[in-house]
Ligand binder design. Structure first.
Ligand SMILES: NC(=O)c1ccc[n+]([C@@H]2O[C@H](COP(=O)([O-])OP(=O)(O)OC[C@H]3O[C@@H](n4cnc5c(N)ncnc54)[C@H](OP(=O)(O)O)[C@@H]3O)[C@@H](O)[C@H]2O)c1
Length: 288
């Protein structure tokens, strides 16, 4: 057993930042990637690469071999529970000691919504595995606005979401990764579930104002009906189960149920949570 920390989704939004945080903390990282070629830039004296695909179980043994801790994440997929439960089993089989799982805010609420139920089911599999764990349960990512709304902000000076004036305490993925990196490298985080949020709850109208200020032109937030949002997601090729799960979550946002602000980021990392203003400035290229 080495002191290697395995990071899944290492080229993704959160995973790439977790790799960065672990390297800064001086850890030895194994980054699990689908394409060694595409991820070559990640490699360094502290970061090795493992070729890994959740759809190819034959890649699991080498990916998890001799790993002490794992950052567990997959992209949002309809079979998330099945895929992540298989990864928990692979970690257990390999003798992994501690798992930090990227979950979702509200996972402890039963019955919750589809996405949090999925994450809670995986959390339960981890609890039952006997491995030590930390659950990191973030609210919606600020980066959803650069990754998904950036295109229409650029092209039409507007973004379209079925969220009314619901306020959400969106979090920057860099803060999620900082919390995860601490849980992976420092003692005292075993058995904890961290609900992580940004520093304030804000509406889409307020977000439109912030982005307008940062880009220097007027950006509008458009509250679209659920049917319109459904059609747009379907047009993008999203599977129906994910369309339904997303609409359910937007309903929660609209009703104001995702507005809770926690101080976990500061408590765990010692740094204040990143504001939406800071995120927007740092992501200005996605909106210009
Ligand atoms: N967005 C939100 O607001 C939000 C809020 C709370 C929780 N979450 C949770 O966050 C998770 C998503 O995090 P994220 O945005 O960081 O993910 P992401 O950026 O979508 O992650 C993509 C990563 O997964 C890898 N990947 C995709 N398919 C794979 C496969 N078949 N095998 C192995 N790796 C594969 C990608 O590798 P390649 O580079 O090879 O494509 C990439 O590294 C989801 O579980 C979601 O439920 C999201």
């Amino acid at each position: 057993m080495t002191n290697t920390i395995l990071v899944l989704g290492a080229t993704g939004n959160v995973g790439s930042q977790v790799v960065k945080g672990l390297v800064e903390a001086g850890a030895n990282v194994r980054a699990a990637v689908r394409s060694l070629q595409k991820a070559a830039a990640l490699k360094s004296d502290k970061v090795s690469l493992a070729e890994f695909d959740t759809e190819k179980p034959e890649t699991f043994d080498t990916t998890f071999a001799d790993v002490e801790k794992v950052f567990l994440i997959t992209t949002l997929i309809p079979n998330l529970v099945e895929v992540q439960t298989n990864l928990v089993a692979a970690a257990k089989k390999a003798g992994v000691k501690h798992i930090v799982k990227l979950s979702g805010m509200g996972a402890e609420i039963e019955p919750g919504v589809t996405m949090t139920r999925w994450h809670r089911a995986v959390e339960k599999a981890i609890e039952a595995s006997g491995m030590s764990y930390t659950f990191v349960r973030p609210n919606g990512f600020m980066q959803n606005y650069s990754n998904f709304s950036g295109q229409t902000i650029k092209a039409q000076n507007a973004f379209y979401l079925p969220m009314g004036d619901g306020k959400v305490s969106h979090i920057d993925v860099r803060d999620i990764a900082s919390v995860a990196a601490v849980a992976l490298t420092q003692d005292g985080h075993a058995g904890k579930a961290y609900e992580v949020t940004g520093p304030t709850a804000i509406s889409n109208a307020e977000i439109a104002e912030i982005i307008s200020t940062v880009v220097g032109r007027k950006i509008d937030s458009v509250d679209v009906p659920e049917d319109t949002a459904r059609q747009e997601m379907q047009k993008s090729g999203m599977p129906d189960s994910l369309v339904d799960a997303n609409l359910e979550l937007y309903g929660i946002y609209k009703a104001g149920y995702a507005a809770e602000v926690t101080s976990v980021v500061e408590q765990v990392t010692g740094k204040k949570a990143i504001s939406f203003e800071q995120f927007a400035q740092d992501s200005v290229a996605a909106f210009k």
